[in-house]
Design a protein around this ligand. Sequence first.
Ligand code: GLA
Length: 389
Amino acid sequence: MKEHIAALHKKHYERNPEWFYFAPGRVNLIGEHIDHSGGTVLPMAIQHGIYAAVSPRIDQSFRVFSEEFPKEGVQTITLDALDYQDDVGFLNYVKGVMTTFGREGCRLDRGLDITIASDLPAGAGLSSSAAFTLLVAYLLDDVHRFQLGSRKLIRMARYVENVYLRLNTGIMDQYIIANAKAGHALKIDTKLAEHEAIPFNEDALTLILMNTNKKRTLLDSNYNKRVRKLKEAEWHFERYRPIEKLCDLDVDTFKALRDTFKNQSQLKLVEHVIFENDRAKKAAKALKEEDYAMLGMFMDQSHDSLRYLYEVSVDELDFLVEQNRSLGALGARLTGAGFGGSMIALYEKAKVPNNFDRLRTDYERLFNRELDIRTVHPVAGVHRLEGAF
Ligand code: GLA
C-alpha cells in the first residue's frame, strides 16, 4: 500500500508524502444497537482500513484527493468555507472535522496536501465513515502537534456524525477505532466511555467476515427513528427508577416494569436493548475465560434478537448466518448497523471449512450479488505509520 499511495500522492501533488496514517475499520463481536443507550459492546478493529499520505504546503489551504472518488479530483478546502454542502460528498466529512478543531480553539495553520486510499469497503457495516473522520482528525492533530488525546478526538469525530451529518449514532465506532489494541477486542462501557482489552486468541479462534455487498447508508436505515423511540422509552422508565440511560435497567428490573409500557412495537426495541446489553457483558466474560462455545451461543442469540426484535436484518444476512451455523460456526451474526452490510462467523480455528465455494455459489445465485469473504484479525487503532506497510 505504501508505494501505491505514495505514487498517487506524487501524481496529484508533484511531491513525495512526508507522513502516512492508517485508521482501521471494525467488526463488533456483540453488543449491537445499544451504544446510544449506554450499553456494553465488544468490537475489535480489523486489518482493513483507510490510509492517508500527507505533505505540508507553504500556504494555509488543504487539498484532498481520495482514490475512491477519482471523478471529484483534487479538492481544495479553506478555513473560511467549512459549511456542509449537499453536493460535495466525502469532503463534508473533512470539513466537519476541520470545524471541530475550531471549536476546540485549535487553529489549523499548516496547510496540507492529503491523499486517501482505502481497502475498507464503504457501506459494508465496517465503520468506514468513523474510520475516515478519525483518520482526518488524528492526522490534523498530529501534524499540528496539538496533542488533543483520544477522548477529544473521539468527541470531535462523533460531533461530525451527530451534528454535521445528523446521525444519532453512539460512541462505539469512534471509540474502537481510536483505542483498539492489536490482538484484542475491547469491552467498552459506552456510558462511562471506559474499556477493558480482552485477548482474542487467534491460536484457537478464526473470525470470518462476509460482506453481502448490499449497501446501506444509515440515513435511509431508520437508525435515528429507532434511537428516538428508545429515548421515549427511557423517559417512561425514568418515572419508575432513577436511570440515566436505558441500559441502566437490568434484565430483572425491566421484567418487573415491562407491563407499565403499553406500546408493543416500541417494547420490542427496548427488549432487544436490555437483553443485548446483558448478553454482551456475559459474552465478554466468556471471551475472557476462553469459553468459546458460550461466546458463540450469545452471538447467535444476538443475531436472532436483531432479526426479530430490533428488525434490522435482511434476507442476505439471515441466509449467511444460517449457512455458517450449519457449517459448524460457534456463532454467527450480523455486525454493525444491519440493513445490509456484513456478518461475522466465529469458528474454532481447527474447524474452519476448507472453502466456502458452495455457500458462495448459492448466495450469488439466490441474491444476484457477489459475496466477499475474508478472515479478519484484531489490529491497533488509528496511528501514524512508520517503515513499510
Ligand atoms: C452504527 C453506529 C454505531 C452503532 C452500530 C450498531 O455502526 O455508528 O454507533 O450503533 O451502528 O451497533
